[in-house]
Design a binder for this molecule. Structure first.
Ligand SMILES: *[C@@H]1O[C@H](CO)[C@@H](O)[C@H](O)[C@H]1NC(C)=O
Ligand SMILES: *[C@@H]1O[C@H](CO)[C@@H](O)[C@H](O)[C@H]1NC(C)=O
Ligand SMILES: *[C@@H]1O[C@H](CO)[C@@H](O)[C@H](O)[C@H]1NC(C)=O
Length: 417
C-alpha cells in the first residue's frame, strides 16, 4: 500500500484529497490572497453581492482575478461555475463546515468551487469599508453624520455629475461650489446642500450598505439613503518650525497674505460679555481710530495673554481659551476657577525686518505650528465688524467666507531681534 501511494503522481494525490472534501483546495493564490473557508449563501442579500459572473471555465484563480480587476477585496466561487465579488462578507452569510463546499470547479476539477448555497471565499487582506467619524481630504475635514433617509423632497437639493463617485470627489466638488454638506447615494450619486432639508432623517447604518462606484472600499449610501457629511474646517498644517519667546510682550498686527512686506492694521481685544467674576473678550481687527493703547500680547508656555487697558480705560488681563475652527479667538479674564486654557500658540522661526537701520522687526503668530489659518471676516451679527477668525469656513452663520481676508498675524517686537 505504501509503495503504491509513493508511485502515484503528486497531483493525483492532491486531487484525491480535494475530492474527499479537504480544507485546502489545490490552488495557487495570487500574492496577498488567503482562503476564508466555506460560507453559507442566500439569494438576498448575497454573502458577496456586488458583482458576479458564471462560466464553464470557472476556477478559483479566474474568479479572484475577475474580482481583483474590478477593485474588490473578496472573491467567492459557488455551485461549480459561479463567481461573486464584494468588499465585505455580508450577513446572514456565515462560516459553515468546510465539507459543505464539495463541488469541483467547472474549469478545473481538482479545485473546489462551493456547492448549492455554499461559497468558498478568498480575501486579499484589505480592511472592510469603515464608518469613520471624520473624512480628511487634503486640508479639508468633513464630519460624518451617518446614514440619512432621502425620501424626497431631497435631503440635499443639488446633484452634481462628477463621474465615478467617491467620498473625496463628492466632498471636494460640493465644497468647491460653496456647499458645506454633501452626501453619496445609490453608489453613484453625489448630492450637495447648505443644510439638511427635505424630510431627511437619520437611518440605521445598515441601510447605507452600497459601495461607491468610484472606490469599492467606501460606503455610498443605498436606495433613497445618503451617507451624509458636513464640512467642519481645515486641518492644521503642523509643518512650520516654531519657536517660543517666553513672556515677551509684542504688538499684534494684521497683515493680508497677498500684500507682503507691509505693516498691517492693529489687532485688539473687544469686551464681549461678562459672566460672574469673569469677562470674556473676542479678538477683532481695529477699525479707524480704535484705541489699542497698552494692549500688550505675549505668549508664555504656548498660551496667549493680553495685559492692558480695555475700551473703557480699565486695566485688564486675559488668557486664551481653546481655539475653535471657524470661530473668533476668545480670551477670558483671570479669575478663580478658570476654564481650561489653550496652549497651541507659538511664533514662526522666520522673522522680517523692514525699514532702515534700527528698523522694525516682526515674526508671525502660529497655531499648532502653522501661521496659515488666520482670517479677518466681516461679522454680519456685529455690523460687519472685522473679527479675527481661526480657520474660517464656508457657510458659517456669522460671515460669508468669500468676504474673509486670509491674513498673517504679525507679532512686532520693535527691533528686539
Ligand atoms: C500687566 O502689565 C502691568 C504693567 O506693565 C504689570 O505691572 C503687570 O505685572 C502685568 N500683569 C501680568 C499678569 O503680566
Ligand atoms: C461675531 O459676533 C458675535 C456677536 O458679537 C460673536 O459672538 C461672535 O464670536 C463673532 N464672531 C464670529 C466668527 O462669529
Ligand atoms: C502646508 O504646508 C505645505 C508645506 O510647507 C505647503 O505646501 C502648503 O501650502 C501648506 N498648506 C496650507 C493650507 O497652508
Amino acid at each position: 500500500m505504501a509503495s503504491l501511494l509513493l508511485s502515484l503522481p503528486v497531483s493525483v494525490l492532491i486531487a484525491r484529497t480535494v475530492n474527499a472534501g479537504a480544507l485546502v483546495p489545490r490552488v495557487t493564490l495570487p500574492t496577498g490572497w488567503t482562503s476564508k473557508g466555506c460560507y453559507s449563501d442566500f439569494v438576498n442579500p448575497r454573502t458577496l453581492g456586488q458583482l458576479s459572473q458564471a462560466n464553464p471555465t470557472m476556477t478559483v484563480e479566474q474568479c479572484i482575478n475577475f474580482c481583483a480587476t474590478a477593485g474588490y477585496s473578496y472573491a467567492g466561487v459557488e455551485y461549480a461555475d459561479e463567481c461573486y465579488c464584494d468588499s465585505l462578507i455580508r450577513s446572514p452569510g456565515a462560516p459553515v463546515a468546510s465539507t459543505d463546499c464539495n463541488m469541483p470547479c467547472a474549469g478545473d476539477s481538482t479545485e473546489t468551487c462551493g456547492a448549492g448555497n455554499r461559497i468558498n471565499i478568498y480575501w486579499n487582506g484589505a480592511s472592510d469599508p469603515a464608518d469613520s467619524s471624520q473624512l480628511t481630504v487634503g486640508y479639508d475635514i468633513f464630519q460624518s453624520l451617518g446614514c440619512y433617509t432621502d425620501p424626497g423632497p431631497r435631503t440635499l437639493p443639488t446633484q452634481l455629475n462628477i463621474g465615478p463617485v467617491t467620498l473625496e470627489t463628492c466632498g471636494l466638488a460640493c465644497l468647491a461650489q460653496g456647499f458645506s454638506y454633501f452626501g453619496t447615494e445609490y453608489s453613484q450619486e453625489c448630492w450637495c446642500g447648505h443644510s439638511i432639508g427635505g424630510s431627511g432623517a437619520p437611518a440605521p447604518a445598515g441601510d447605507c450598505s452600497m459601495l461607491c462606484n468610484g472606490d469599492h472600499t467606501e460606503w455610498c449610501g443605498g436606495p433613497n439613503r445618503l451617507n451624509l457629511y458636513q464640512f467642519v474646517g481645515q486641518q492644521l498644517n503642523a509643518t512650520d518650525p516654531c519657536r517660543f519667546e517666553q513672556g515677551k510682550p509684542f504688538d499684534a498686527y494684521i497683515r493680508p497674505k497677498n500684500v507682503p512686506n507691509t505693516d498691517g492694521t492693529n489687532f485688539h481685544q473687544l469686551v464681549s460679555y461678562t459672566n460672574g467674576p469673569q469677562t470674556y473678550y473676542i479678538i477683532s481687527a481695529c477699525v479707524d481710530g480704535c484705541n489699542v493703547n497698552g494692549q500688550n500680547f505675549y505668549v508664555r508656555n504656548r498660551q496667549l495673554y493680553v495685559n492692558g487697558t480695555d475700551l473703557n480705560g480699565n486695566p485688564f488681563y486675559a488668557e486664551s481659551l481653546p481655539l475653535v475652527m471657524g470661530e473668533t479667538p476668545m480670551m477670558v479674564s483671570s479669575a478663580p476657577g478658570n476654564p481650561p486654557l489653550y496652549n497651541g500658540y507659538c511664533f514662526s522661526v522666520q522673522s522680517e525686518v523692514q525699514g532702515f537701520g534700527f528698523g522694525l522687526s516682526w515674526t508671525w503668530l502660529e497655531v499648532q505650528n502653522s501661521k496659515e489659518f488666520w482670517y479677518t471676516c466681516p461679522n454680519n451679527t456685529a455690523d460687519g465688524r472685522p473679527d479675527i477668525v481661526y480657520a474660517a469656513y464656508k457657510n458659517h452663520p456669522h460671515y460669508t467666507f468669500s468676504e474673509c481676508t486670509p491674513i498673517y498675524v504679525q507679532a512686532d517686537y520693535s527691533g528686539s531681534f
